[in-house]
Design a protein around this ligand. Sequence first.
Ligand code: GRG
Length: 321
Amino acid sequence: MLDSGYWMLEFSSRIHYLASSIVVTRSAMNLKIYLKLRQKKIDRALDRYLPQESVKPTTIHKAMRYSLFAGGKRLRPILCLAAAEAAGGKIDNALPFACALECIHTYSLVHDDLPSMDNDDLRRGRPTCHKVFGDGIAVLAGDALLTIAFEIVSRAKPTRRYDMSILLREVAVAAGSRRLIAGQVADLEAEGHQTDREQLRYIHENKTAAILTTSVRLGAMSANANPKQLDAITKFGRTLGLAFQVIDDILDVTQTSEKLGKSAGKDVTAKKATYPAVIGLNKSRAEARRLTRQAHNSLSIFDGKAEALHTLANYLLEREY
Ligand code: GRG
């Protein structure tokens, strides 16, 4: 017969297992609810900032709204609001920045999908903007989304440390020819060529990490972050942005189009410069984990206020596994 000590141990380990799976399930549920609530808040604000479809010329406003409300994850705006909280601010003050960045992100996707760029038919689980509205309107919808981002930023409340010219410059530089567009140029030019890790890092830093970094920086600026806080948030954004793109590259190889809501396997077909292509899948996974760890470490000065940023960093890493 087994002794009572064994049963006690067995019983307590089962209780422990049950409790930890309840905690895991509960935190996953909390995250799901958190993301939904934030997405709703952002969508309502975007709806207020964007001209209605009935405003003339109706085609352009339909096209802008078609791409903007196609079901994106809203990661950049959610990160922007979470960074505002980490720096001790209110999310409502960060909302214009959050929406402006989502407009810039959507513009970049609309243009990236054009036949002259990545030539894609599927985005956010729907036919791409140019497939529905034609190339000309898709170019203009992207232009209009980029432009309205600045109008939206101009509605934000400047703070003691960050006046409107600083805030506008932050957005202009991140979206401009030395950052987002630089990354896209390097990405186009790397297609079909041998790429090394240094070039790949340059592409990722600019194509992906620049807008992500600016998202969290603007959130922190809306909270009048001090230089130490802004520096920490910048490091977090950069490393998280790099991890995000490594994971995106991995997902392109490992997931289906249905799951991604965009064409899977395109990077290989187009001979794109990606981490799996340059260092292989396993090393890419290790690199994503390393970068995410670095992102967590950069938040050490914030204590409990950065809880949402920590959770979001884990969520982005785990969406692969
Ligand atoms: C055209 C100026 C210009 C830039 C294009 C955004 C971009 C640069 C290219 C699109 C393809 C790509 C791999 C971009 C890197 C950033 C990225 C992974 C975008 C997808 O972001 P998610 O997953 O998309 O947040 P949703 O749809 O959820 O917003």
